[in-house]
Each structure stands twice: as structure tokens, then as C-alpha cells.
Design a protein around this ligand. Sequence first.
Ligand SMILES: Nc1ncnc2c1ncn2[C@@H]1O[C@H](COP(=O)(O)OP(=O)(O)OP(=O)(O)O)[C@@H](O)[C@H]1O
Length: 306
Amino acid sequence: MSDSLNLKAYDLWKTYGDEPVVQGISFTLAPGEIVGLLGPNGAGKTTTVGMLFGTVVPTKGFVQFGPWQLPGQGQLARAQMGIVTQEDNLDPDFTVFKNLTHFAHHYRITDAAARQRAGELLALVNLEHRAEAQVDELSGGMKRKLVLARALLNRPKIVFLDEPTTGLDPDARQDFWRLVQHLKASGCGILLTTHYMDEAQRLCDRLLLLQQGKVIDEGTPTDLVARVIGREVAEIGGVEAQILQDLAARHGAWYRAFGNGHLVALPDREPEVVWDAIAAHHPSRLLRRPANLEDVFLRLTGSVLE
Ligand SMILES: Nc1ncnc2c1ncn2[C@@H]1O[C@H](COP(=O)(O)OP(=O)(O)OP(=O)(O)O)[C@@H](O)[C@H]1O
């Protein structure tokens, strides 16, 4: 696929009143890549997606998508884009099939071509058997898949997925993830917002961690975890905080009170030494586990994502 269909965000800012909700976000999304915007509620994810899609006008900065600059050339750019917003906004008066054929008119796909494309997409998302169902007869997961199918009517080069699996059960989420991976394999660039760490870890090639509208760190999920935390973490209960803080400081390890226990990162260069030192205090609970993105967020922001 042409390299010219990169999406590039240049120093995007958005202010509402006096409130800066996005503060200088820059990044590139290439074809076949999944970039994740990960952050708590209100971090500015949806506002950023709006600016990338050209429906929210930046206070400063711009977006270049192939030959088009947004927001000015938003309409031309959007002809090559798809979006799954947080709300389903499907038409409840239409069947599943008609939701697709009707929406296809936006792209001047009509009649037999629209029916053919609708059929292909329903097959892709495994909803062929529900083609004649009314939208409100669908499960939450089916609705999300239908919204995704609708976003693909125009064969977009880039798709924005704004918290696409929020509220879905684990099976439906995995089902959705498979479709996202299929899209990636077909060369589509994907921008995913999520506050699910497992989703970010599983799907994203690269992550931008957002807090209060700013990118506080970025990298591949694996690199972020390795760089910010290391390989392993001990979860500890029943030992005084001061003891663990001192122990961690002596070994240059990260310490954090967490819930009604504690976390201590086991430094990559001497994990056994720190582990044994913790165990010597006879914790009532002691768990050794791989470090993960939740630890990264906790370390960088002092809080966990819900
Ligand atoms: N149209 C608007 N007018 C005023 N403030 C807004 C508007 N849109 C968003 N905001 C504010 O901007 C901030 C960022 O909102 P945004 O929806 O981008 O965050 P988010 O990271 O997507 O959050 P969530 O995970 O809850 O969807 C919030 O404080 C929100 O209240």
C-alpha cells in the first residue's frame, strides 16, 4: 500500500474555554499498523480521534493524511476513513442489512453494488444469519460488529476505533479483536482508543499513553513494560510499608503501595536478591508475576485505569 497514506498528527491542541483537553499530540500511523491511545476517562482520547477524523477543529496543529490536510480537506480525507464511535448510532428502524445498504449511499454505493458490499461485510463479521433482524434484536457484541462493518463500506485505508469493546463480554471482545487483526493484515491503519490494558497489549503495535491531554510516554507495549518497570513484580501483603520502601530504595527498585498491599519491581539485574529479601520478612501474601501495562500506568501516573 502506498506510503503516502500515512496519517500524521502535528502538534494537536484542543482547548474548550480555558481548559486545554489535548496538549500537543504528534504521531504517525502507517498502513497495517495499530496505534493505541491509552488513558483514563477524560484524558482526551475521543477529542483526539475527532481531530484526526476532521470533525473536531484543533485549536492548534493539523493532521496530514496522504495528500489531504485536516480539518480543511476533511471531506476528501473521510472518503478514505472509517470510524467506530462509542455510541452505536445504528438506525433502529432498519434491518441489519438495510443499515449497511442505506449508509452505503453516503459513499455513492447504490443498488446491486451496495447489496453486494453489505453481503460481503456481513460475512466478514459473521452476521449473515442476522441480516434480516432488527437492530434492537442484536446483542451488544453484534451491534459493535455491525458498526465496524458499516465503517468498512468504503474500503477505508484508516479506521478509528473509539473504545470499541467497552461493555462487551470476554467472548465478544475476542471476536471483535479477531476482526481488528484481520483488518490490520489487510493493510488498514488502525487507531484504537481503550482503557483496557489487555486490549492494548494484545492488539497494539505502538501505544501513546495519555494523561490530561498529554502523551506521557510511548512505545511498543513490550518496550514500555521493560523500560518503565522491568521483567517482574512482586505483590506483597502483610509487611510494613516502611520496610519494603527501605528495601526497594536499597536495591534501586520501584515501590508502590497498592490496594491493601504493596508492589515491588524485581530489578532485572538481581531479581532473586530482592525476592529473597522480601520473602525473609514472611509476608502473609507473596506473588511473583510478569510486569504489565497496569504497572506502567501506575508508575507513570500514580493511579490505575478503570
Ligand atoms: N464539546 C466539548 N465541550 C467542552 N468540553 C469537552 C467537549 N468535549 C470534551 N470535553 C472535555 O474534554 C475532556 C476530554 O474528553 P474526551 O472525551 O476527549 O476524553 P476521553 O479520554 O475520550 O474520555 P472517555 O474515556 O471518558 O471517553 C473532558 O474533560 C471532557 O469533559
